[in-house]
Write a protein that binds this ligand. Sequence first.
Ligand code: CMP
Length: 140
Amino acid sequence: ALERTLSIIKPDAVAKNVIGEIYSRFEKAGLKVVAAKMKHLSKAEAEGFYAVHRERPFFNALVEFMISGPVMVQALEGEGAVLKNRELMGATNPKEAAAGTIRADFADSIDANAVHGSDSLENAAIEIAYFFPATDVYTR
Ligand code: CMP
């Protein structure tokens, strides 16, 4: 089914100047960018986005990392977009990410892991709405 998912290129990958290389992987896999913006998240924005992880031991480090520099936030649209994006990203821990995935190629650690992608269709809708009003998401 045609789906949308929320993708974030994290501060480490933005700093490495690989936004275009990562967008190219989305496009080659048939995912279209239907909304996008660069944003330096505030602490409150990062905490709100990752609220489901609030009780996890890595929460504070995750928030500090996510506000360490600007991120690129985009909604991606395509057939099976949620799973397709997760396959392109590879495992959360780059040491476990399959060869040729974004995290295998660009991530340095489980914290600085280059990209975020929604883990379910339900969360994708919540995460897209967190960053983009419906009028800023374009079917194309
Ligand atoms: P992300 O997909 O953005 O969702 C939460 C993030 O927490 C995850 O990617 C990792 O960058 C980070 N993180 C740090 N430690 C862990 C861990 N042990 N398990 C899962 N995520 C972790």
